[in-house]
Write a protein that binds this ligand. Structure first.
Ligand SMILES: Cc1cc2nc3c(=O)[nH]c(=O)nc-3n(C[C@H](O)[C@H](O)[C@H](O)COP(=O)(O)OP(=O)(O)OC[C@H]3O[C@@H](n4cnc5c(N)ncnc54)[C@H](O)[C@@H]3O)c2cc1C
Length: 444
C-alpha cells in the first residue's frame, strides 16, 4: 500500500501505550479466507464503515466488512471521545461564501444531527460508553480571544437555535475550571463525551448481531471489476465479490485504493496523554473538578476532559512526522503544555500516551458520497479531527445513498474531494501551517 506517512504511523508503536484498551476487552475477528459474495463490501471498521454496515444490514443487505487490523484499530479506537459539533475546518462565513447561506446551514444542521445520531445509536445498540459532559466548552487562551468567543454566541443561536453560556474569567473557578491559562469560557449545549473504544467495539458487536460478516487482519490489497460489473475485493487470503463498495479508511487510506483517492486526503497526527487517577485533594488543589469536555481557542487546539474515573485526558496536534524522535518530542510538548494548563498537577504521573491520524480535505469539508467515475463505489472521510459524530453519521448517510432510504446527504458533503496542489508531497504543507499558527499564537 502506498501511504503518506512513515511506516511507524501504520504499525503498533503509536498505540502500544494507549489507555482505551485497558478499559475494554475487544473480541477478535478472523481473517477473510476463500471466495465470498455479498451486496456491499466495506473497507475499514471504524465508526464510518461500521455505521454504514449496520444500517445496510438492518435494511436487509448482506454486508462484508474487511478491516486490515481489528475493528477500532484506526482513529475510532484511539480518539479523545468528544462527540461534538464539527467535521469541517471552515466556519459559517467561509461555508456561506463557498455554497451560500442555505447550503451552509444544511451542512451545519447535519453536524448537529450527527451528535443526535450517535446518542440514538448508543441507546439502540445498548452500548454503555461511559458518557458525560453537557455539551462542549471552549476556553479563551488569551485576552484577545474572549471577544471571539462572545461573538460566537449569536452565530450559535442562529445556526443551531441554542443559547451558548458565556463565563468570564472570574467565574471559571466556581465552575470547576480553574487554570492560569484561560480567560473565559463558552459552553455550547450540544454534544457529550464517550469512551471511544467502548463505542466502536459495541458497534462491531451490533453489526455482527445484525448479520454483518466482519473480518479482522484482512487488509484489502487490490480492487478489480468482474465482467458482470461486480467489484472483486482482494485480501491476502480471500476475495469478496460485491455489488456495492464502500471505502471507509479515512486517515489510514492509501494513495491507490482506489486511485481516485490519491492526493485528495491529508492525514495529520494527533496525540493524547492520560494521567493516573487523581485524588479528590489533587482535583481541589488545581480547582479543576468539571467533567465538561473542553478545548482551547487556538487554531492548533488542545482538547481535554476529566474522565469519569478521575484521570485527566489531554490531547493536542502532534508533530508532522511519525518517528520515534517526533513521538518523543510530541510527548515532551504535551507534558509542558499540560503543566502550564494545570500547574498543580506538575508531578502527577502520565500513565498513558498514544497517537493516531486524523484526516483533512482540500475543500475543508467532509466527503460522503459516490466516487466519481467508479460505478457503485462510495466513500466517506475527512472529518478534520471531529469524526466521532460526523464519521458515524457520514457512514449512515452512505447507507441511505445506497438504499435510497434515510436522511438526505447535504450537497456540500457530496461535492468531490479536490486534489491537494502538492499531490504526493502534500504533507510538506503541515510544518508551514504549524509554524504560521505557532507565530500567530505567540503574538496574541
Ligand atoms: C488522537 C486522536 C484524537 C481524536 N479525537 C477526536 C475527538 O475527541 N472527537 C472526534 O470527533 N474525533 C476525534 N478524532 C478523529 C476521529 O477519531 C476520526 O475522525 C474517526 O474515528 C474516523 O473514523 P473512520 O471510521 O472514518 O476511520 P478510522 O477509525 O481511522 O478507521 C479506518 C480503518 O480503515 C482500516 N484500513 C485502512 N486501509 C485498509 C485496507 N486497505 N484494508 C482494510 N482496512 C483498511 C484501518 O485499519 C482503520 O481501522 C481523533 C483522532 C485521533 C487520531
Amino acid at each position: 500500500m502506498t501511504r503518506l506517512f512513515e511506516k511507524r504511523a501504520y504499525g503498533p508503536e503509536p498505540i502500544a501505550n494507549s489507555y482505551w484498551p485497558t478499559t475494554v476487552s475487544p473480541p477478535r475477528y478472523a481473517p477473510l479466507s476463500g471466495g465470498h459474495s455479498c451486496d456491499t463490501a466495506v473497507i475499514g471498521a471504524g465508526y464510518t464503515g461500521l455505521n454504514a454496515a449496520l444500517e445496510l444490514a438492518r435494511a436487509g443487505q448482506d454486508v462484508v466488512v474487511l478491516e486490515g487490523e481489528q475493528p477500532g484499530w484506526g482513529a475510532s479506537g484511539r480518539n479523545g471521545g468528544f462527540c461534538c459539533l464539527g467535521g469541517s475546518a471552515a466556519g459559517f462565513q467561509t461555508l456561506t461564501r463557498q455554497v451560500g447561506r442555505e447550503g451552509a446551514l444544511a451542512y451545519l444542521q447535519a453536524e448537529r444531527e450527527a451528535v443526535d445520531f450517535v446518542r440514538a445509536r448508543l441507546s439502540d445498540c445498548g452500548i454503555d460508553a461511559d458518557i458525560h459532559s453537557r455539551g462542549e466548552t471552549c476556553l479563551a487562551h488569551s485576552p484577545s480571544a474572549v471577544a471571539g468567543l462572545q461573538a460566537l454566541i449569536g452565530e450559535i443561536r442562529e445556526i443551531y437555535g441554542v443559547d451558548a453560556e458565556f463565563l468570564p474569567r472570574e467565574a471559571l473557578a466556581s465552575h470547576g475550571l480553574a487554570s492560569p491559562e484561560f480567560h473565559a469560557a463558552l459552553t455550547t449545549p450540544i454534544g457529550f463525551a464517550l469512551n471511544p473504544m467502548k463505542y466502536v467495539i459495541g458497534l462491531a458487536q451490533a453489526a455482527e448481531a445484525a448479520g454483518v460478516r466482519l473480518h479482522g487482519n484482512s487488509a484489502v490489497t487490490g480492487l478489480k471489476t468482474a465482467p458482470d460489473g461486480r467489484h472483486l475485493v482482494q485480501t491476502a487470503q480471500g476475495e469478496v465479490r460485491a455489488i456495492n463498495l464502500i471505502i471507509a479508511t479515512n486517515g489510514y487510506s492509501s494513495e491507490k485504493l482506489p486511485p481516485w483517492l490519491g492526493g485528495r486526503y491529508l492525514p495529520v497526527p494527533s496525540a493524547i496523554l492520560t494521567t493516573r487517577v487523581l485524588t479528590e485533594g489533587e482535583l481541589a488543589a488545581q480547582g479543576w473538578t468539571s467533567r465538561q469536555m473542553c478545548y482551547d481557542s487556538r487554531h492548533l487546539l488542545h482538547y481535554f476532559r476529566l474522565l469519569p474515573e478521575n484521570r485527566m485526558l489531554f490531547g493536542l496536534r502532534a508533530a508532522w512526522r511519525c518517528t520515534e524522535e517526533s513521538d518523543t518530542a510530541t510527548l515532551r510538548q504535551a507534558r509542558a503544555d499540560f503543566i502550564r494548563f494545570f500547574p498543580a498537577w506538575k508531578d502527577v504521573e502520565i500513565t498513558h500516551h498514544w497517537s493516531g491520524l486524523v484526516c483533512l480535505s482540500r475543500n475543508l469539508t467532509p466527503f460522503s458520497g459516490p466516487i466519481p467515475g467508479m460505478a457503485r463505489t462510495w466513500a466517506a472521510l475527512c472529518y478534520h479531527g471531529n469524526g466521532v459524530a460526523m464519521g458515524s453519521y457520514a457512514g449512515a448517510l452512505l447507507a441511505a445513498q445506497i438504499t435510497g432510504h434515510g436522511p438526505a446527504t447535504p450537497a456540500l458533503m457530496t461535492r468531490g474531494l479536490r486534489r491537494f496542489e502538492l499531490g504526493g508531497w502534500r504533507r510538506a504543507i503541515l510544518p508551514l501551517i504549524y509554524g504560521w499558527y505557532g507565530l500567530v499564537h505567540r503574538r496574541r
